[in-house]
Design a protein around this ligand. Structure first.
Ligand code: SAH
Length: 376
């Protein structure tokens, strides 16, 4: 939002919009009207907001805008998965992935350009950290996905009410290191006047920024996923280096605090990437079983998604099955995340990784090497 003097309304929470209208000398209830136009009808032109007076629409057009990132590349997989490469105002690119399933549509949203954490198995880490996304850039991913998918997924010419039913903050970046903007964006996801998603259907995934987990608990009620990936500190120090600052015992204490509150009667989801010969042995499973005994949780096993020049390999199917069985036999709800969109590099960070995070290179890639993707 660099050289534009206009205020971008896309990332404003209801409360912020009320402040905006009050400052204009308008009634605060305009906020709800405008929220609905933006987030339920995905309108970007004030002229389309037909329950506002013509004079107000014109004033708004002069001082404000509704501005989402620009779609550079839209790659659709045979299984219905979409992956978008989005360009921000400063030329940086991020990724958003849509994963349709029988009973839901999940959008995987990015929270930062690059990432400051150096998890050794993650392709985003290799880009280093560039900057935080604004709340408009975060919620803009949801706005764009709905806007683009509604026609495609309509039945008999009627757009489904909600194309995206679930949001996971599992794209690029560490959401808890961009706390305020992520919280504003999630407020819009939960607001009945905006996306109206239930708190169980908005999941924040963190590598374990302990103080921010406590702050989140005080701020907003959403589901929490924690990237554990190892059952002991020696191994987790290597895979998820932030563990040296917030070791497993402190992390699990924060998890227990998060679910203990009355309003958080849900469970923590632990994510565990399956890396061949690294963290996938029966001994690792036994350690994990003992470690999580008194944390209300479920466990998601994620088969490693390889990327060029990685030193890791995905665990074999048999190893994954054995690991899952051991956890299940010990009483843990355990699922193995199915890999989706393999043909389009849907694993987070991979498309940007392939084209480098420079928009010109991204554009060239989109134009010259498009493999089934469509121009915006
Ligand atoms: N920074 C947040 C969100 C990251 S992405 C976090 O750490 O939770 C969401 C999940 O994908 C995390 O559990 C992350 O560790 C995992 N992940 C990253 N790279 C992966 C890869 N190449 N294969 C499988 N999972 C990966």
């Amino acid at each position: 939002m660099t050289d534009s003097p206009k205020t971008n309304l896309l990332g404003m929470t209801r409360q912020q919009l009320e402040g905006f209208f009050t400052a204009m000398g308008e009634k605060p209830f305009r906020a709800v009207q405008v929220l609905k136009w933006i987030h339920q009808h995905w309108v970007e032109d004030f002229q389309d907001m037909t329950d506002l007076s013509k004079a107000l629409r014109e004033r708004l057009a002069q001082v404000a805008e509704i501005r989402a990132p620009e779609v550079v590349y839209d790659q659709a997989s045979a299984d219905g998965t979409h992956k978008w490469l989005l360009r921000l105002d400063d030329g940086n690119c991020i990724e958003t992935v849509f994963i349709p399933e029988k009973d839901r549509g999940t959008l995987c949203v990015s929270s930062q350009v690059g990432c400051a954490l150096d998890c050794t198995f993650c392709s985003t880490a290799r880009q280093g950290f560039n900057r935080n996304l604004s709340s408009a850039e975060i919620v803009g991913q949801l706005w764009l996905a709905n806007r683009r998918l509604a026609p495609e997924r309509s039945v008999a010419g009627k757009a489904p009410e909600r194309v995206v039913s679930n949001v996971v903050l599992m794209g690029m970046g560490e959401p808890l290191l961009n706390f305020d903007n992520v919280v504003d964006a999630m407020r819009l996801m939960l607001d009945d006047n905006a996306y109206g998603l239930s708190k169980r259907r908005v999941t924040l995934s963190t590598s374990g920024i302990v103080p921010a987990m406590d702050r989140l608990k005080e701020t907003l009620d959403v589901a929490l996923a924690v990237s554990l990936h190892a059952p002991n500190d020696a191994l987790r120090d290597k895979l998820v280096p932030i563990n040296r600052k917030y070791p497993i015992a402190e992390l699990l204490d924060a998890c227990r605090r998060y679910v203990r509150e009355e309003r958080h009667h849900q469970r923590i989801t632990f994510e565990y990437v399956m890396l061949e010969g690294v963290n996938d042995s029966p001994e690792h499973a036994r350690q994990l079983i003992a470690l999580l005994r008194d944390v209300p949780c479920k466990i998601n096993l994620i088969p490693f998604n390889p990327f060029p020049e990685t030193r890791y390999r995905r665990s074999g199917d048999a190893a994954i099955r054995r690991f899952q069985e051991m956890l299940a036999n010990a009483g843990y709800t355990t699922i193995t995340r199915r890999t989706r969109g393999d043909d389009i590099d849907a694993a987070c960070g991979q498309l940007v990784g392939k084209v480098a995070d420079r928009s010109r290179r991204a554009l060239r890639f989109a134009r010259l090497e498009g493999t089934g993707g469509t121009a915006p």
